[in-house]
Write a protein that binds this ligand. Sequence first.
Ligand SMILES: [Zn+2]
Length: 160
Amino acid sequence: MRQRRIPASVILGRALRLRCPRCGDGHLYEGLAKMYERCSSCQLKYERAPGYFLGSTYINYALTALVITVLFIVLRFKVEVARETLLWPMLALCLLLPVLLFRHARSLWLAMDSYFDAEGFRSDPDGTVPPGQPAGLGVLTESGAHPLPDTHSGEHGHQA
Ligand SMILES: [Zn+2]
């Protein structure tokens, strides 16, 4: 009876192309950093709740840390660049990368949410989070029921 979930690889592909996670047609951005409010194809509201994209900063941080760490290890120990030579370019990269990754961090956040809250994205015509629900990866349901207790904290709904 349950509809099939969109495969993670498809959702990831859509995220990397900065497309709507639900239909894959609509663009997420209308300019460099300005997001469309809704998908032009399926009308999914991208910012599902106020502050929804705050979680994307974790993705941005993780990607930045990963790139910096790998790059440092390769340049320092494989290419054998001196630490003093690496310091300033690496610091500059620490500031630049989050700006460069901003769009994809939001896109990946939306993609993750659409994967883990597949039912919410499928059943809601515009994909908004119901009132009282935590925004972003907080609603993990299999049947459309909402198993979260009515608490003031959004910390309890995350996947274990
Ligand atoms: Zn769409």
